[in-house]
Design a protein around this ligand. Structure first.
Ligand code: S3P
Length: 440
């Protein structure tokens, strides 16, 4: 599907973005491990999360959609999954695949896991290595890529693991396997990544400790084999989805947009901090707690931006937001520098390449030095380009936002990928005043 975004004026109105993708995957996976029935409200019904739901169904978990965003999950208890009788296809969902591998590593049966062309290119060695150390047998394609076969063990070994990357997916996979081990499993990451798994498991009764280390690293330790209590989960709005209307409103002079119920967990809000440093006006109203996560309404007003330097230490808290930050940088006066982006190369696409290529096609100067990305911004970019989404929802949405603030329309090919994380993106943006439509 091709979508075309034409230049628009000020955006205005109020809207709610769909449920948080990270938390939605975790709500389903953790509810499946409880003893008893959990209820989830505000679940993101995008393709990624639905792939996790159907994989859990194949593993013997009963899930029922009661109404939009409201799901009931009958948990099977820690260690209670059943052997699947077909391949588990996680589609585009890296979180679904990696977290599920953590669970499968702790079950004594064989599963075959695969995904779409994007997911089959992404590295799984980062989760396969600790899971093998816990006793799982994993046979994968070269480079530890999907499809792979995994045979877990019912009594995985407790583990002490140092992860080279700050990755919540790696951390969560190890915690989920460790949940089944007799004893304590701990993982050390070089910088703190999002902590939704820890918050949710703790609320369910698991014993989890977190320690900050002097060099900025964080150690998380879980005590295995608890009984997990069923929950009523309420999923907050996704700050990674809100990022698109937030940047669109910031860049359109005279805009005033209220986004309701957005998650503001500090390990997710690096983009908002960076935009404020650039001069964006993003206010927080009605700050509250929802399902163990901080949530607020965001009031965004159009404003002129200045370039900034984003330090590498901020990467984990805004990892999915660099493509849309690069679009904001294209309209900020000066050269914005984003440091330490090696992880961008292994997302749904090589986002380093996708961002640079797309910006250049739209007439924006963009270059890289090692793992650092540079974008020179200023007046509205030329636009007038065709950008390929590369099976990457965030690339698709970022360039549609750029089209709205460029001098000529931008067309995105492969825009159907937006449905993985943000069903209703086009309707929401157009309701606020954007002009996105299907192109011939
Ligand atoms: C996610 C973690 C991040 C992020 C992804 C969602 C999660 O990936 O990019 O979109 O839900 O744990 P990494 O763990 O690979 O950094």
């Amino acid at each position: 599907m091709k979508l075309c975004a034409s230049p628009h004026g000020a955006l205005s109105g109020r809207a709610s973005v769909p449920g948080d993708k990270s938390i939605s995957h975790r709500a389903l996976l953790l509810a499946a491990l409880a003893v008893g029935e959990s209820r989830i409200a505000g679940l993101l019904e995008g393709e990624d999360v639905m792939a996790t739901a159907s994989a859990l169904g194949r593993l013997g978990v009963e899930l029922e959609r009661e109404e939009e965003g409201r799901w009931r999950v009958a948990g099977v208890g820690v260690g209670g999954l059943a052997e699947p009788d077909a391949v588990l296809d996680l589609g585009n969902a890296g979180t679904g695949a990696r977290l599920l591998l953590g669970l499968l590593a702790a079950h004594p049966f064989t599963s075959i896991v695969t995904g779409d062309a994007s997911l089959r290119r992404r590295p799984m060695g980062r989760v396969a290595a600790p899971l093998r150390a816990m006793g799982a047998t994993i046979l994968a394609r070269s480079g530890d890529r999907l499809p792979l076969a995994i045979r877990g063990r019912g009594d995985p070994l407790p583990l002490e693991w140092r992860s080279e990357v700050a990755s919540a997916q790696v951390k969560s996979a190890v915690l989920l396997a460790g949940l089944h081990a007799a004893g304590r499993t701990s993982l050390r990451e070089p910088l703190a990544s999002r902590d939704h798994t820890e918050r949710m498991l703790r609320a369910m009764g698991a014993e989890i400790t977190e320690e900050d280390e002097p060099d900025g690293g964080r150690r998380v330790t879980i005590t295995g084999q608890p009984e997990l209590a069923p929950q009523r989960f309420t999923v907050p709005g996704d700050p990674s989805s809100a990022a698109f209307p937030v940047v669109a409103a910031t860049l359109a002079e005279g805009s005033r947009v209220l986004l309701e119920g957005v998650g503001v967990n500090p390990l997710r809000t690096g983009l908002y901090r960076t935009l404020r440093e650039m001069g964006a006006r993003i206010g927080e109203q009605r700050r509250r707690e929802q399902g163990g996560e901080p949530v607020a309404d965001l009031l965004v007003e159009g404003s002129a931006l200045e370039a900034v330097e984003v330090p590498a230490t901020r990467a984990p808290s805004m990892i999915d937001e660099y493509p849309i930050l690069a679009v904001a940088a294209a309209r900020a006066r000066g050269v914005t520098v984003m440091r330490g982006l090696s992880e961008l190369r292994v997302k749904e696409s090589d986002r380093f390449e996708a961002v640079c290529g797309g910006l250049r096609a739209c007439g924006v100067r963009c270059w890289s030095e090692g793992d650092d990305l540079f974008v020179e911004g200023g007046d509205p970019p030329r636009g007038g380009a065709l950008v390929e989404a590369r099976l990457d929802h965030r690339i698709a949405m970022s360039f549609l936002v750029l089209g709205g603030v460029a001098r000529a329309p931008v067309t995105v090919e492969g825009a159907e990928t937006i449905a993985t994380s943000f069903p209703g993106f086009v309707e929401l943006m157009n309701r606020l005043g954007a002009q996105i439509e299907e192109a011939a």
